[in-house]
Ligand binder design. Sequence first.
Ligand code: ADP
Length: 635
Amino acid sequence: MTKKQHNFAAETGRILELLTHSIYSNKEIFLRELISNSSDAIDKARLKALTDTTFLGDDTNFEIKVEINEKNKTLSITDNGIGMTEDEMHKHLGTIAKSGTKEFMEKLEKAKEGGDHNLIGQFGVGFYSAFMVADKVEVVTRSGLDKKAHKWISDGKSGYEVEETKKEGRGTVVTLYMGEGNHELLTDWKVRELIKKYSNYVGVPIMMLENDTRSEEEKKKEPKELGFEQVNETKPIWKKSKTSVKAEEYKDFYSQVSMDFNAPLGHIHSSIEWNVSYNTLLYIPQETNAFSDMRDPSKEYGPKLYVQNVLILEHAKELLPVWLRFVSGVVETTDLPLNISREMLQSNATLETIKKSLVKKVVGELKKLRVKDAVAYGKFFENYGAILKEGVYYEADLKEDIAATLEFDTLLGDKKISLDGYIEAQKGEGKTIYYISGKSRSEVLASPYLAQFKDTKTDVILFTDAIDEWMIGVLDEYKKVKLKSVTASDIKLKEETAEEKKKAETTEKQFKDMLELVKNTIGTEKIEKVELNPNLWDALGALKTPDGAMNPQMEKMMKAMGQPVPETKRVLELNPNNKLVKAMKKEFKSDVKSKKLKDLTQYAYMQAILLEWGELENIADFVGMTNKFAGEYLK
Ligand code: ADP
């Protein structure tokens, strides 16, 4: 039999160097990584057996064995999983086969600075963590599809050797020759502790030799053949009763399924037996996950799907809508056939039923969590709220339920509030949810549309997420309370006093003819009427949308969707206190046909369009005119 020497792929060498020399203080996770590989290999063997009924042969009792050999100073992890062919061994253990290698290197470097200890498992360099504790690693493996077995040996430095070898049965044995400083990892209690700490919920029995606690003398007197015993939990956590699972166990399992090592916001653990039966344990995160950013819509998402104890899918996106892509966990059902194909899963009635029920549960849980711990929920919402809002847009039947879980900034408050909170706080009878939408908080707060709201201390919800416009497009009322944009022309929050009324009438009289001319100059196809509004802060004017017409946000959204947008006429309000409006009036008096008046009219209109975040027909005209005014200013 020949031994062949191979070099590691370039990045692998560098990662090994980094792993073994610098970053990692918590080296004991190597065992978790190797056990997790064994458990994956067993999942793959189970899955393979669904389509290839002879694949398993007699070897159907799946388990992982962890053995200590004190004499040789080795620790070995044995599984009867899918095993590897020679090619697979080169591919999987000779290179870091992940496309994200470069990205990984960068994160690894960063983590080195920040002291992040949970990187390794998250990036699938799992196997190489063996070199943090071992001077030499030996892998003997035989694929279930191959008669030949192979041995891979490496010191984790420049490369590895591969040779053919003999092995009974399918599976893999990884043997670690422990380095000088790591011999404490060769004690029975220590290894058991590590298994319990990091691998308790692996869905496969992890076996160790029984521990013979008798004295050496007794052992000699009465030698006993020791059997193997299971070290980890037998029952998967999601199959246990809620009352028997400790908070810590929930958290541990969360990090295992999500690769997020922060505490989750909450979880849903339930067992349903109705028209479909399933067990589920789902988690809602709180923090973002630096290595698997679930805000990214292109990421794989969805809970693990088990059918009769076989892991069918790592990410079953058939079980959750994309707007709940941040939810992770497990769903297990016995109501699906084991040999179901990926294509069949895509339009499967059982999964649809489970999905509907999961969505309801998650939305219900979010509502509860909001009330339970506002601060934690606030963190979650900051990270994932924008995704949740997509749900309002996509789920016609559930939109109010989803909307109830949302939080918003408002004009008057310094804390985010819910729509219910807004309605509750609003005084008076006929209630309305007023909102303003724009790109950022600071932008909307400067809008003169808010003048009358500030004056009357009427709160306004600030919609500043990009998704908000889509959301309001479908949410015109919430619990029978209308949502109304501050740009609506019929919002009059304050009754005028008799004196104010009189004053307004006089001013209106003075301006009346000019306003008519302004309307005709801009065009009656665009402007329904021109009015005065002295309460626009220092703005020249503002456009308002008449009742029943499409507001500018909706218009923009329809355009973005490529739909025809009907021309809507607006109401133009001019501010009689503004200098330029005063100048317009003066011009009007001296010469109705004045070019200056025409220019100022167009300028006022363009400014008003900008204030409602609309699009100018001709930006150059606007810039030209602004320069002209600036010229006056500089004189
Ligand atoms: P990851 O497990 O994240 O893919 P690893 O570096 O831990 O990354 O392992 C690389 C690959 O080596 C695995 O994806 C798998 O294909 C293979 N492998 C590792 N351990 C085993 C094992 N015990 N049985 C079969 N294949 C394995």
